[in-house]
Write a protein that binds this ligand. Sequence first.
Ligand code: SF4
Length: 219
Amino acid sequence: MDDLERMRKVIIRLEQRFPIREHHRINDVFSLLIATILSQNTNDRNSSRAFHNLIQSYEIKPAVLANLTPEEIRPLIKYAGLQDIRSKRIIAISKTVLHKFSGDLTHVLKLPFLKARHTLLSLEGVGPKTADILLNFFGGRAVMPIDTNIFRVINRLNFVKGRNYEKTRLTLEKLIPSEKLQEMHLLVIQFGRKICKPRNPTCFTCPLNSMCDYPKTLP
Ligand code: SF4
């Protein structure tokens, strides 16, 4: 079975296992940017708590956050950790979006793909994953954001070797139909958290075990 056929089966089995419901409740690009900054290097529960605290206290708008002090933001986002760095980053990015992009990133998302990505990557604290999330979820671009769960699952399934972001992204964009990229981004993350976990993956009951040689490598 070639990789394209294998991926086709992976998509079908993950869709059956994790029926798609409402995936994200954030409905504007700047809020998603702030939520993504809070989600870096922390788990979902803690980043959600931090984001919830922030939106309970302030409107998530560049003009609002740009005028706060780190002291005002820090206690609200402490659950996400790294609150010193993150509070300063949130203020810096809010100022940049406000002054350089008139407070609205939707114009950036409409630029040609490479230019849009390059512009997003120039924002403080925005790496390839964050840029690609914004481009996919709010720019409608055929790009696959890669997170740590996706790296792990895709390596174990032997679609890619190693953790090179661009190589992984481009490989998956060739194997997954463009209209399924967003769905697969979410499905593989869910699958990685619940089944193909970093430690003790539940290979025995895994819906993909007939296509995966990883269990044979285990002692
Ligand atoms: S068989 Fe195990 S390693 Fe392979 S995809 Fe399933 S859970 Fe992950």
